[in-house]
Each structure stands twice: as C-alpha cells, then as structure tokens.
Design a protein around this ligand. Structure first.
Ligand code: ADP
Ligand code: ZN
Length: 529
C-alpha cells in the first residue's frame, strides 16, 4: 500500500477537518487560505464548483474577527447562512429582503463579536450606517465574491461594485480576497484596477473540465434530437436541459414525460412551492431530468449531473461555460450537448434589439453573442476554443465533437457572394429587406406564392443557388452571421449587409464554412409517423 501523506497540522487544516469535514485542500486552496490568513490580498479565478467558498471561510474562522463577504447573490444568502449554521459556524446576512428587526438582530450580533461570517449585499456599503456598523466591530477579512461584477464590460455589471473601493480606503490593513469564475484577461485587469488589487497575489486555476465532453450539433427537430441523445447516451441519468423560454420548458418537459423520461419543469413562472419541490426532487432522487430556464442552477451542487443539454443558444460563452459546468462535478464522464440553428441567432439578436440600455450596452451584448457563435461554428477543438476565451491556451483535447469527427470546411466564397448580392439587389433595386427563408427560396429558384407576389422570380439572382440544399443555405446564413458578414434585425429577422460584407462582394475576400453534416433526414419520416 502507498503510505498516506502525513496530515498537515496547521490551523487551516485543523479548521478544514473539524468544521468542514474534509481531509485535504483542493488545488490551490491551501496557498490561497495561507495568503489571506497571513494578511495578504488575493485574487482568485476559479471555475464554478472549484471550491471558492472555503478560500475565505477558513481564513475568516482562523483570523480574529468577522469575515465580511460581499455578494450580489441575495437569493442565496439564506441558504449559505443555513449551511454554515449547520456546521456550527456563526453566520448572518444583511440585505434588502430582511425585516428591520431581523436586520437589527444581525447588526447586534456583529457588534457583539458573535459572528464568524457576515454576508452583505453590495448596495449596503453605500449606506453610511453600514460603514459605521463595520467600523464598530473587528473585521477578519473582506471577501468580494463574484468580483467580475465590477467590470463594466462584463455580462454581469453591478454599479454598486464600483463603490467597493471604499473597503481599501477605509480599512487599508484588512486583507481582501476577490473571487470570480470569469477569467477573461480584460475582466481580470478591470477587477485589479477598480478594486485597487494591484498588490494582490493572483491564483488562477485551470478552467478545463476534462471529464466534460463538449458537443454542438445543428438544430433540426430539437425535441427528437434531445430524446435520441438521452435514450442512446444517457438512459436513466440525471441531467439538466436548458431552454430559453418558460413555454419551451413546459413543452419539453411534457414531451420527455410522454416518452417515458422522468422530467420536471423549472422556471420563474411556476409558483414558489412547485419550484422548490422540483428542485428538491432533482437533488434527492436519482436519474431525474430537470428542464429549466437559466434561472435554475445558481448554487445547485449536485455532483452526479451526467449531462447538460441546451436546446437554445446561451447569450455568452461565460453563460455556456457556467451552465455546462454543472455537469460532472464528481469528475466522472459527462456530456455538454447543445443544438443550435439559424433561428437561435435571429432570436438572440431580437432580444438584444429589444433590450433596455444604451447603444454601448447593446454592442456589448452583441460581442458576447458573437463569441458564442464563433464557438458554435468553429472547426477547431471546442475545449481549446473555450479555454482560449478564458485566456488559457490549450492543445486539442480529443474529447469534443470537433476532435472526434473533425468537420470539413469548404470554400464558400461564391455561395456567400450569391447570398450577399441577393440581399444587396433587393435593397438597391426594390428597397426591400427580407428574412433568411425568403432569400433562400429566391436563391433556390422556388416560385412560391410569396416569390410571385413580389415578382422576385424576375431578379437576376433567382435560382442561382440551386447547387446547394436548403439546409446548406441556412448554414451559409448562420455562418455569415457568425462571421459578421451579415446582420439580422427586428421581429422578422430581416437580413442586411455589414461593412465587412463589401470585402466579400467587391474586394475578393474569401470565406470558408464548416460543412453541414449530412443528416439522416429524420424530420420527414418522423413527422409522418
Ligand atoms: P464555487 O464557489 O467555486 O462554485 P464551492 O465553494 O461552492 O465552489 O464548492 C463546490 C463544492 O466543492 C462544494 O460542495 C464544496 O463543499 C466542495 N469542496 C470545496 N473544497 C473542497 C475540498 N477541499 N474537499 C472536498 N470538497 C470540497
Ligand atoms: Zn477537442
């Protein structure tokens, strides 16, 4: 037998074992904890599920005073405090959901030195009374959770986070630890500047989740594709299916149930009790599938989620990573499976167009979407792409769809020119703009009612695209959108040219596309069945 390493007997290990019941630290947890116990600042970039909480909870218990944790996840505070209380840790929180007497009780505990950890919503720090309260007690450390919220360019910006610089000004000697699962270089730099963490030691964990297999397939008939995927690869397994709308959550859950798969819906439109019950059943029972909007999963800690399936496109790579990251926390093989199609691009674009916020904000959303589309359309290793997005270069993984069956690419320059010139001619000659379906009908030379109604069979581009199938044209449109060579707008998904389109139309810019896989056309057969 291999001799077990001698158990460490420093204070951090003692608390790890006695309070949390774990034998050893994971990854860089120990180094992080020691840094903060020693009074230094730390910036921790660690993927979801990596074990960030212990990084501040243990120093808070080892050091004198209260660990003050700034967190925007107000909805999770009660759970976190309950979980800590169950371990015998004295924890409390202050946020806007509390009754004044509850708040006053926590404040009194803090002042009396009867807390180990205090969770604070960031907006609390804008109040002079909170700053005064903190000034009245002894503070062990400040933990700034979800630190990427300070980034104005991030997907999760919270203006209240900008005010967190007050911590360092007011309490220069108290160690601070900022934590996030978002690791793009830009975000990292912004956290350091805005929170004045230039002197902090940085701990960057690997974002790779080697046991997760990433796969993104063309969306055809999503319900059937999902069913096939579950039946062939994950029969009886627990997993999460993400949909964009409540309506599709309901429909998909019903469809799976009809087909003998135990599935429960979860979305914000369900009453609180049903939601809590479905979540509890998912955590407790084996082999349940939960069909959910992205509202589901915050703080979900189920180790044996064998798959995460997306029936709709996430808004950002960060979102995709976080949602897929809920699979395989036990380290066993798991699948992140997604179907994606042209309609997803149109729909996401519509959401951006109709979002609140100024032009800069919308541009930001578009950049996030573009990065997500690039991941979908890549012919390189998905994992390497994903990790590169988080600033971690990697080799091809051998365990994603593009590694396992490398997609072919083809020279799509002529096809792109045909499609773009159809868009251009309609605009120039007729002053019209249309969605993908109608444009493709024109290229295919389909003399249907709408084509005739507009006399579009008389356009010179009519029928010039008969060499490609309808699905291939949809792939062309999708990939032009992903490459920024085409834009889509509004409720009807109207297509327009971009500045970059000119290069393809007039300057000999070449375009390569990922080849659409030959599908066994289940659509027709299944529809008639
Ligand atoms: P994060 O905040 O990074 O998403 P958590 O702090 O919630 O991750 O930790 C994820 C899970 O891993 C939790 O169930 C936690 O108890 C567990 N965990 C963290 N550190 C350890 C460790 N050293 N040993 C065993 N389990 C751990
Ligand atoms: Zn790969």
């Amino acid at each position: 037998a291999v001799a077990a390493p001698a158990p460490s007997d420093d204070a951090a290990h003692e608390v790890l074992r006695r309070v949390f019941g774990y034998d050893s630290f994971r990854g860089e947890q120990h180094a992080i904890v020691e840094q903060v116990i020693g009074g230094g600042d730390a910036l921790v970039l660690m993927p979801t599920g990596g074990g960030k909480s212990l990084c501040y909870q243990i120093p808070a218990l080892v050091r004198d005073g209260v660990g003050v944790v700034i967190s925007p996840l107000i909805a999770l505070m009660q759970d976190q405090v309950d979980a800590l209380s169950a371990l015998g840790v004295r924890a409390g929180f202050l946020n806007s959901t509390q009754f004044p007497d509850e708040r006053r009780a926590v404040e009194a505990q803090f002042a009396a030195g009867e807390l180990d950890l205090l969770y604070l919503a960031p907006e609390r720090l804008r109040m002079e009374s909170t700053v005064a309260l903190l000034g009245s007690g002894r503070i062990a450390l400040f933990a700034i959770d979800e630190a990427h919220c300070v980034s104005q360019w991030g997907h999760d910006f919270r203006p209240d986070y900008l005010a967190l610089s007050v911590l360092h000004e007011r309490w220069p000697d108290i160690p601070r630890i900022a934590l996030t699962a978002t690791a793009t270089e830009k975000t990292r730099d912004e956290i350091i500047t805005r929170l004045d963490l230039g002197g902090a030691r940085r701990f960057v964990a690997s974002f790779d989740r080697p046991n997760i297999q990433y796969r993104i397939e063309p969306k055809n008939r999503p319900d059937r594709q999902l069913l096939d995927f579950l039946r062939t690869e994950h029969p009886g397994d627990a997993g999460i299916v993400y949909c964009l709308s409540r309506n599709s959550v309901e429909k998909t859950a019903a469809f799976l149930t009809e087909n003998g798969i135990r599935a429960l819906p979860y979305h914000a439109g369900l009453d609180h009790r049903t939601r809590a019950e479905n979540q509890a059943r998912f955590l407790r029972e084996d082999g349940l599938v939960i069909v959910a909007t992205i509202a589901f999963g915050m703080g979900i800690d189920k180790p044996d989620v064998r798959f995460v399936a997306h029936l709709d496109l996430p808004k950002s790579v960060e979102g995709y990573y976080q949602e897929t990251g809920r699979a395989g926390r036990d380290g066993l093989p798991s699948t992140a499976w997604m179907v994606y199609g042209l309609q997803d691009v149109v729909q996401q674009r519509r959401l951006i167009d109709s979002s609140d916020g100024d032009a800069a904000h919308r541009r930001q959303l578009q950049l996030h979407l573009d990065a997500m589309l690039a991941l979908c359309e890549t012919i390189d290793c998905r994992r390497a792409r994903l990790l590169a997005y988080f600033g971690q270069p990697a080799q091809s993984c051998g365990n994603c769809d593009t590694c396992l069956s490398p997609p072919e690419s083809w020279d799509g320059t002529v096809a792109a020119q045909k499609l773009l010139s159809a868009v251009l001619r309609l605009k120039r000659e007729r002053g019209q703009s249309f969605g993908a379906g109608h444009l493709i009908d024109i290229l295919l030379g389909k003399k249907n009612q709408k084509v005739q109604q507009y006399d579009h069979h008389e356009l010179s581009v009519f029928g010039v695209g008969a060499d490609l199938r309808d699905t291939e044209w949809r792939g062309v449109v999708r990939q032009l959108l992903a490459q920024g060579l085409l834009a889509v707008h509004g409720d009807y998904g109207v297509l327009t040219l971009t500045e970059a389109s000119d290069g393809v139309l007039f300057d000999g810019r070449t375009v390569r596309f990922r080849r659409e896989p030959e599908r066994p056309t289940p659509s027709r057969a299944a529809r008639n069945a």
